[in-house]
Design a protein around this ligand. Structure first.
Ligand SMILES: Cc1cc2nc3c(=O)[nH]c(=O)nc-3n(C[C@H](O)[C@H](O)[C@H](O)COP(=O)(O)OP(=O)(O)OC[C@H]3O[C@@H](n4cnc5c(N)ncnc54)[C@H](O)[C@@H]3O)c2cc1C
Length: 476
């Protein structure tokens, strides 16, 4: 499990529970989202009958869009449905959600249910967005040990695809879950945890909405903590030989690499008890404007770009150094849309794989501006987690992104064979071309997952055409 940082001293925590409150507490400030929540980007709300994901690459015309007000209504809807796919924030790139049946959102099932000050666990509704969970947990003195690039997603959404941040000692988000509540195809409720029905827990924590609807998640948190984040630019060729040192010296370390110029943005974050510095959200907006312009230039003038435009980023990306509570430091803004492929490769070959991918993109003169990402994730024991490992070896994640107005095929076609050759497993929420047999060969527990899936949902109520290809065969 993840490391547990100690609570930094300095600024008092808001609404910290009294020392006397030792046992499980029922939250007195249940968060009730506006109804309907506007401005959210799960593609579900609004008057349009159609649905689309964040990048616009996945679209559907569902027969119905449901947003149940409570768990009873949700159970009834699931029981009566012939086909239903549940959506979080619609931030997956792969076709996990599209269906001609019903699409169900848990946006109304959001907020803190209870927490335990001794164990640092908190139970939340599964539809809670991460940007709501951060402040809610901070209010009770808790924080998620790690968060990924953004905080727009729902808790169930990040669990279900093994979404991760970066940090060699920190596992994917699903591995920080302690217990789950699942509504099955028959509308029944199953509870599972690390102490109760562990097989169901290890299957359901990363299950792509194919076993049932997760309605509640208990998170194993840590005391609220502050991070010092530092960002600078450095040539990739200086960094590659030193990756091992960087990852062991910092709680969080990641690179964003421009493959044509072989320049990398280096980002590290470490625990600190320093006071928060002034907010630097302005930088996100500046970077966004620069990113959008560069993507458009790359799209319209692919021939003259590549190395040229990627070398020009230096003056726009100033080194930065800031301190704040973790839930404010982790997420970035991602307003420039893209499609993405990501594989998780064994750590021993991570740097070599990254180097080969960058050289191949450059040699093929692929017109891409958005940098590759190189991150690190600890191992876990969840059946369908790409980070599952009996030996406990961490993996590195390597991802490539293409601007949503450009064809991603040339970039992905060059990249994917290399990522596979290095033993990578694809991120479930991102684009890849693997079929059921290829995935089966990568996951020791794939057949067990199929058995359990067939047992819980024999009629395939939770499958769409894509998931039917992956999980629809009769297990041997
Ligand atoms: C801009 C951007 C940045 C990203 N950054 C990262 C990152 O840093 N790290 C990373 O690993 N990934 C990242 N991703 C990928 C993203 O985190 C995952 O695809 C995640 O699953 C999306 O969460 P969501 O809430 O949008 O879920 P959706 O995409 O809506 O759904 C994902 C899956 O979860 C299932 N699901 C949703 N709710 C439930 C429920 N209540 N019960 C059962 N199943 C459910 C859905 O059926 C689906 O199979 C990023 C994506 C984008 C667009």
């Amino acid at each position: 499990m993840s490391e547990k940082p100690s609570l930094p001293t300095g600024e008092p925590l808001p609404s910290r529970p009294s020392a006397a409150s030792r046992d499980r507490e029922v939250a007195s400030h249940r968060f009730v989202p506006q109804d309907p929540r506007t401005g959210l980007d799960d593609g579900l709300h609004g008057l349009q009958p159609a649905w689309q994901n964040w990048s616009g690459g996945q679209q559907a015309m569902p027969s119905a869009k449901w947003s149940p007000h409570d768990e009873d209504e949700l159970r009834q809807q699931v029981r009566n449905a012939s086909n239903v796919r549940v959506v979080g924030a619609g931030h997956s790139f792969s076709p996990l959600v599209p269906t001609s049946g019903a699409i169900m959102s848990l946006d109304r099932l959001s907020g803190l249910i209870s927490h335990d000050t001794q164990t640092q666990q908190a139970c939340l509704w599964a539809g809670t967005r991460q940007f709501d969970a951060g402040p809610l947990l901070h209010g009770i003195g808790q924080a998620m040990p790690n968060v990924g690039d953004i905080d727009r997603q729902s808790l169930a959404g990040v669990l279900s695809t093994a979404t991760h941040g970066t940090g060699i000692t920190l596992p994917c988000f699903a591995a920080d879950a302690a217990a789950l509540r699942l509504v099955t195809a028959q509308g029944d409720v199953l509870e599972c945890s690390r102490d109760h029905d562990i097989d169901l827990f290890r299957a359901a924590a990363v299950s792509l909405g194919a076993l049932g609807v997760i309605t509640q998640v208990t998170l194993q948190n840590v005391p609220s903590f502050r991070l010092r984040e530092r960002v600078h630019l450095q040539p990739l060729d200086q960094l590659l030989p030193e990756v091992d040192t960087w990852i062991r010296q910092h709680r969080h370390f990641e690179l964003k690499i421009f493959p044509h110029s072989r320049i990398a943005i280096v980002k590290t974050s470490d625990l600190t008890d320093q006071m928060p510095t002034e907010e630097t959200h302005g930088a996100d907006a500046e970077h966004d404007a620069m990113l959008k312009l560069s993507c458009e230039l790359t799209r319209w003038l692919p021939g003259i770009l590549g190395r040229g435009v990627q070398s020009m980023v230096g003056p726009f990306l100033h080194p930065s150094d800031r301190v704040n509570w973790s839930y404010k430091i982790f997420p970035s803004k991602r307003n420039v849309r893209f499609n993405e492929m990501e594989y998780e490769v064994p750590i021993a070959v991570g740097a070599a794989c990254l180097d080969e991918v960058c050289r191949a993109i450059s040699a093929a003169k692929i017109a891409v501006f958005i940098p590759l990402e190189f991150r690190f994730v600890a191992a876990d024991d969840l059946w369908l987690s790409p980070f599952q490992s009996a030996s406990g070896e961490p993996r590195c994640s390597i991802s490539v992104h293409q601007y949503y107005k450009q064809d991603y095929q040339p970039l992905f076609a060059v990249t994917e064979p290399i990522l596979r050759r290095y033993g990578g497993r694809p991120h479930w929420g991102k684009l890849h071309t693997l079929d059921a047999a290829e995935l089966d060969a990568m996951y020791p527990d794939f057949e067990r997952f199929l058995h359990l899936r067939n047992e819980l949902d024999p009629g395939g109520k939770f499958l769409n055409p894509y998931l039917r290809q992956l999980f629809g065969k009769d297990p041997s």
